[in-house]
Ligand binder design. Sequence first.
Ligand code: ADP
Length: 589
Amino acid sequence: MKRFLTILLAIFMTISLVACGNANKSQTAIANGTYKGEGNGKGGKISVEVTIKDDTITDVKVLEQKETPGYETAMDTLKENILSKNSLEVDIVAGCTLTSKGYLEAITAALKAAGATPDMLKKNQGKDADVTKKEVSKTHDIVIIGAGGAGLSAAIEAKQAGADVIVLEKMPMAGGNTLISGAEYAAPNNWIQKKEGIKDSPDQFAKDTIKGGDNENDPELVKVVAENALAGAEWLRDEVGVVWQDDLMFFGGHSVKRSLIPAGANGKEIIRKQVAKAESLNIPILYNTTAMSLITDSNGKVIGVEAEGEDTKYTFNTNKAVIIASGGFGSNIEMRVKYNPAMDKKVLSTNTVGSTGDGIVMGEKIGAELVGMEHIQTYPVCDPLTGTLLYFGDARMYGHTIMVNKEGRRFVEELERRDVISMAIKEQTDSVCYQLLDQKGLEASKLEEQHGAEMEYLYKNKLLVKANTIEEAAAFFDIDAKEFKATLDRYNGYVKDGKDKEFNKRSMPSTIDTAPFYILKAAPAVHHTMGGLKINTKAEVINKDGKVIEGLYAAGEVTGGVHGTNRLGSNALADITVFGRIAGQNAAK
Ligand code: ADP
């Protein structure tokens, strides 16, 4: 889950830095003072000021950063660890690899400005040594596993219903996949639809969802989401303080425009407000604490959770229930392959590293039934370095791109279903694709305006090239230029004829012939795992005999059944909010 940063010294040799002239000479190896340094995170420059006293880092201030919303917490966690160990050999914060690297680069650069290397920091004796974990036993009414959207919804509801609640979160911050998602929320009959005169109904939403899930959905669960989605969005707005934009998005598979967009168009708005609400209700969220197993009594009733913190082994006993809200298993390759052999390591993951299916495994161990585990949704155009979903790839949806392999050939219809394109890319050389776009297409897709920061990141990491000729662009990625040119000439001919003779591409709005040309290198990644614990409409977990497991509830991506074979965009937020609330309310009874 976490890994050591081993490249610090190499980074140290290469990075640029700015020294601040406030250093005093002393007997120490590093002169006391404050020093500035810069590194490169995911969003660009991270600039820090490091204070050194007696060869010890006493403070790190971030002066400038443009990281993904929510990832500032990663820097806070790193700072805490660096200060407590007086070392830069700290674990990268899982899920925030590039941010962590950029932050550590910046501190290394600051040390260089001090004329020092990380190994000159005073050794911090004892603190690093392995200590036996202390054992703590506690009792609460309800223990919730996971502080993503489902877990936090459950926590707020349960607490407001009068229960004593604690939330366990294995990562150093709240949010899970909810935080890094666009967090659009499908809500039939919502207030913006009414204003815009869009006719909709829970029934229509349910029909769309079941069609999108190839009829493999549990219709009872879908009905619950459909009938409560709007109330959930209103609850987030009125009770939790989430700000929804005054606009809607139209996602594939929905028959009408019905998806609300949170302020900032990402999950930070939801999670920040939910955490603030939880704090205002005095709900403890125990970070860096991993639930390991469920405790049951002789009748199979769940009566607690065993968990591990950094230096503590916990036994949490429950008076009422445990709610599993630990998300999906998109980041667990072994588990993916177990249920769907095509989802091997060649397919990256858009998920946070916390999405390892822990709750599914814990539930199964005590007899829970699993449903739809083989249904794993992929997204075709993601960052080959990190698996992050790339919005630059959206040009494809406007019809402006062709996708080729290293050999310069097209291999799939660019507007096929996500899963078909993903699997086709996986079979190509290096399991990557190259997406070509010209200046006309770039402008028509408004990519520069909307995703300028992502483009900057892509250029910097050599995943996107802008070139005046096709040959130059191809050379950048070592694509067979001759074949590529021939492919493009053929495609432009198809555009003029109005018929793609090779792949029957359904939309070809314009030829690709206007310099400059852009090529994006991308790879498919797992996006959502539809399968999981079987629940009923009360969010109770069901065992292999079809009976309720007493004392156990589940909500969110950890459950199966709502989405069938395929989740429609923006249905996850509705699902996790609706069932998170239901789990919280029922567990508190
Ligand atoms: P959902 O959308 O269903 O709420 P998320 O992925 O947003 O799912 O949130 C799930 C959360 O559960 C993540 O923050 C993840 O780190 C956390 N989590 C996963 N496994 C465990 C575990 N064993 N113990 C504690 N927290 C966990």
